[in-house]
Design a protein around this ligand. Structure first.
Ligand code: ATP
Length: 459
């Protein structure tokens, strides 16, 4: 089929309870979304897969769950208070705000993150004749302002003055990893090279709110910081690039929808930076960043906290501040990618079948039990089977509506297997199992159902 449109995805997400606009009964809240009953399952499966590959399968990586609130000095040391900003302009005609680096990107120009406000104003002015407002198509814009993305809070501030001594909701999860580097070293048996992985919420006052869950103001990251010897960083960096790209291929994401993007304008401390991009319905965009960050972060936190964050090699006694290879992926962008990649429309018996062909590990529901009637000879097998399967898999029991409608509902949420119990079950003690993608049906003995599912699913 043709590439799925955002309209189809947004509509499916609402219709089937994957994603809801937050505070919808109050008119919604820009760039904030809630995950519904199937969305929360999909997001949780995405996180579980990442954790399995990044922590469980590796003996060189440990996990962490650091706080969303951190000491304000963390964000001064990291450079976020001064430099975590995007260039903003407003259309003078329709008042829509846009990120200037994105407007420039549209006409093939990469803006440098380090550019001062006046430099970016100059670059914008030079290219203004080619740039139009994404909403109204006019090209009259206000002066470019750099806008800090950190979200301020008044935590612990009882002065009544909102602007005094601000605290911040974390703008990224990795700072929580750096400030716990020493704690992890001192409390576990890790030795360089090793990594610390974390999944958690991050908050950014994003300027634009136009791409559904691709760009949220409250979102979730899956980040891993790998601490290495300064001379080994690029070697480890290449390994991580390979590992992370293969992760998505093994997850079943179509290879032609994935590609690398090399950052040309690096921040001063970075040695190399690549993004894995996915072909979203609105084009190839960043899914995950893999960056060689040098020893900038640990050095900054050593300097600002006054605590020595260097490492002493237990064998050679060499003392150094480890370099960091970072892998940083978004849960929400993974979510949108999984939906987009799995979405299919097929014509079956002259009707359109919408089916999400997820990797079963990602499917919100693994198996649905669908009795063909509410009569006793059927329920007496269907209910106990559903009870047994619930202990093994996230499953659903559904006895409402026609079987065709029930199959359609399960196809639309990507359930790999549906089991029907019919009047024959009483005689042959067998049930029919239908596979989502092929729609092929197998007749399986009741006492073999769990083995069958285990063999087919592989878990
Ligand atoms: P962009 O250039 O798209 O704003 P970024 O380069 O600022 O993204 P990073 O700071 O590298 O993003 O964050 C790492 C990952 O976190 C991104 O690859 C993305 O998957 C996710 N992410 C970042 N910002 C958002 C957001 N506003 N909403 C959802 N996910 C996000």
């Amino acid at each position: 089929m043709e590439k799925v449109t955002m309209d189809s995805l947004v509509s499916l997400c609402k219709r089937r309870g994957f994603v809801f606009p937050s505070s919808e009964i109050y008119g919604g809240f820009a760039a904030i979304y809630d995950y519904g009953p199937y969305g929360v399952e999909l997001a949780s499966n995405i996180k579980a897969e990442w954790w399995r590959h990044m922590v469980q399968f590796r003996d060189d990586i440990v996990g962490l769950d650091s706080s969303i609130f951190t000491h304000p000095k963390v964000w001064e040391a990291s450079g976020h208070v001064k430099g975590f900003s995007d260039p903003l302009t407003e259309c003078k005609n329709c008042h829509v705000r846009s990120r200037v680096d994105h407007l420039l990107e549209e006409v093939g120009i990469q803006a440098d993150e380090k550019m001062s406000e006046s430099m970016i104003n100059e670059l914008f002015a030079e290219n203004l004749d080619k740039i139009t407002c994404p909403k109204c198509g006019k090209n009259k814009f206000t002066e470019v302002k750099k806008f800090n993305l950190l979200v301020q809070t008044n935590l612990g501030n009882f002065t009544g003055d909102w602007t005094k001594d601000p605290t911040y909701l974390r703008g990224e999860t990795c700072q929580g990893i750096y400030i716990n580097f020493k704690n992890v070293l001192d409390s576990t048996r890790v030795k360089v090279p090793f990594g610390i992985a974390q999944i958690g919420k991050a908050f950014r006052n994003e300027i634009t709110a136009r791409q559904f869950i691709f760009r949220k103001r409250e979102f979730e990251q899956m980040e891993m910081q790998y601490f290495v010897h300064p001379k080994k960083d690029m070697e480890e960096y290449e390994k991580w690039r390979e590992y992370r790209f293969q992760y998505y291929v093994d997850l079943g994401i179509k290879k032609e929808n994935l590609r690398w993007h090399k950052h040309e304008n690096l921040v001063f401390y970075a040695k190399e930076a690549y993004d894995i991009e996915y072909h979203f319905p609105f084009g190839f965009k960043e899914l995950e960043g893999i960056h060689a960050r040098g020893n900038y972060d640990l050095t900054q936190h050593s300097t600002h906290s006054g605590k020595d964050l260097s490492y002493i090699d237990p064998v050679s006694q060499e003392k150094y501040i480890p370099h960091v290879v970072e892998t940083s992926a978004g849960v929400d962008r993974n979510f949108l990618m999984c939906l987009s990649d799995a979405y299919n429309e097929e014509i079956v018996n002259d009707e359109t079948r919408v089916v999400l062909k997820f990797n079963p590990r990602l499917s919100p529901i693994k198996v649905a039990v669908l009795p063909l009637s509410k009569k006793e000879p059927i329920l007496k097998y269907a209910e106990p089977l559903a009870m047994d399967l619930r202990k093994l898999y996230r499953s659903e029991y559904d006895e409402t509506q026609s079987i065709g409608k029930r199959y359609r509902r399960q196809d639309e949420i990507g359930t790999p297997f549906c089991i029907t119990i019919d009047f024959e079950t009483e005689n042959d003690k067998k049930v029919t199992i239908r596979e989502r993608d092929s729609m092929q049906q197998d007749r399986i003995a009741l006492d073999q159902v769990s083995t069958y599912l285990h063999d087919k699913l592989g878990f």
